[in-house]
Design a binder for this molecule. Structure first.
Ligand code: SAH
Ligand code: F3S
Length: 442
């Protein structure tokens, strides 16, 4: 029995891709292992969005090469593999194979060639590729990622993704629904649809509104999520589908990138500040109580202190539930590299600190106001530290509660009892009053 070990960096789509990659190898008789020392094939599924992500992979490869023995194969796959291709083989001599996001079908062949001593890179784009016939090797049952769209046709000037994942393409609605049915039959109750601009989904016949309604109608799918949508692709049809699909959760991750219309224009985002705020208002109108999270970049070329102030004021105005915040990272081959007025690193770093503080402050204000409210949660597992269970509300808030292992994978009604500002403590509603206090986790 041959064993494959895979480590995943980057976004949820990479998590889903790793399940496909293992799926390709399971068809060849492999089993997955969590122990790199026991693996015949070691793979690292990589991200190229920021330089930091690539540096982490390079240092990790330095460690993983220590597990190489004669006959064992070390491979780099994913976006960094696509971006660097054969250059990666030159840079890390212990790497045997390099495969980009459209080439995972070729993995068994490249492993065989590696056994012959041949090192190879497979970085061809295949715009038809959806791995439709590959059953993903999913570890977890209750919640599943389902990729519905690969690639990206947008051209945000900072972003490497169109160069690493190729042209946008959508799976057929019927194929997605079939996968959701199979998942539900196997006990999955939460499905997250994935795409780089997932709400621009169109399979030639059906749009994202159709997809939401169709997956939401699959018996057993109790929670439907998606990531990441593009702000201007929330059409009236999609908003109506969101409002009219009970399984669709009251949370949207809506990347804004900047609060300054001037910067948004230089980023080639397809909206300005006002349009973004209008989308926020439309989402809140369609789905009352909806939680909103976002991605923000600071230090984009040409960003002035005034521009940054507009980002801070947008954060305040929208009242995000949370945000991923990044310092702009120049990426080889992206249009932003040609823009003038690069922001000094210390200035960007200082802006990032102020932004993080503003995001935390806004999130805390929102979360404190939620203490005392009742929610349905999905119990996901044991919390990382301590003996509490970790659960998630439909609005994507993490709540910790006391309870037995049997609750894992099930739904419960809870009351939020306290917050650190970002996560909550909760009591199951049935046993409310019976239990002693659960300490607020600080
Ligand atoms: N459409 C994808 C975007 C993938 S990149 C999605 O929404 O999932 C994820 C986030 O990384 C982006 O929203 C952006 O905020 C950030 N990002 C992308 N390129 C970057 C760069 N060059 N420097 C800093 N952050 C970047
Ligand atoms: Fe990147 Fe913009 Fe597409 S952030 S993934 S180019 S929508």
């Amino acid at each position: 029995m041959r064993r494959v070990y895979i480590e995943t960096y980057g976004c949820q789509m990479n998590v889903a891709d790793s399940e496909l990659i293992v799926g390709v190898l399971v068809r060849e008789g492999f089993v997955r292992t969590d122990d790199p020392a026991a693996a015949d094939v070691l793979l690292v599924n990589t991200c190229a969005v920021r330089d930091h992500a690539e540096q982490r992979v390079l240092s990790r490869l330095g460690e993983l090469k220590g597990f190489k023995r004669p006959g064992r194969v070390l491979g780099v796959v994913g976006c960094m593999a696509q971006r660097l291709g054969p250059r990666l083989l030159e840079r890390v001599p212990q790497v045997d194979l390099v495969i980009g996001p459209d080439g995972y079908r070729g993995l068994p062949e490249l492993i065989a060639r590696a056994h012959q001593g041949e090192r190879a890179a497979e970085v061809e784009f295949k715009t038809w590729e959806h791995y439709e016939d590959v059953p993903p090797a999913r570890g977890e049952r209750v919640s599943a990622f389902v990729t519905v769209q690969r690639g990206c046709d947008y051209r945000c000037t900072f972003c490497i993704v169109p160069m690493t994942r190729g042209a946008e393409r959508s799976r057929k609605l019927a194929d997605v629904v079939r996968e959701a049915r199979d998942l539900a039959a196997a006990g999955t109750t939460e499905v997250t649809l994935l795409g780089q601009t997932v709400n621009s989904y169109h399979d030639g016949e059906h749009d994202f509104a159709d997809l939401l309604r169709a997956v939401g109608a699959v018996p057993g799918v109790r929670r439907l999520r998606f990531t990441s949508p593009y702000p201007t692709d929330f059409t009236d049809r999609v908003l109506a589908a969101l409002a009219g699909t009970p399984a669709a959760c009251e949370h949207v991750h809506l990347p804004v990138q900047s609060g300054s219309s001037r910067v948004l224009k230089r980023m080639l985002r397809r909206y300005d500040r006002e349009r973004y705020l209008a989308v926020v208002a439309a989402l809140r109108g369609a789905v009352p109580g909806i939680a909103l999270t976002t991605d923000i970049i600071v230090g984009f070329p040409g960003e002035t202190e005034d521009d940054f102030q507009e980002t801070l004021s947008l954060v305040e105005e929208v009242g995000f539930d949370d945000a991923y915040t990044f310092k702009y990272s120049p990426r080889e081959g992206t249009p932003a590299l040609k823009l003038k007025d690069h922001v000094a690193d210390d200035v960007a770093g200082e802006r990032l600190e102020r932004l993080v503080a503003a995001v935390r402050c806004g999130a805390k204000r929102k979360n404190v106001a939620l203490v005392g409210t009742a929610h349905e949660v999905l119990v996901e597992g044991r919390a990382k530290r301590g003996a509490l269970l970790q659960a998630r509300t439909r609005t994507n808030k993490v709540a910790l509660l006391e309870g037995p292992d049997e609750w894992i994978g099930t739904y419960a009604r809870v009351r939020l009892t306290g917050t650190t500002g970002s996560t909550f403590t909760a009591w199951p509603l049935e046993s409310e009053g019976e239990k002693g206090g659960i300490a607020v986790v600080g």
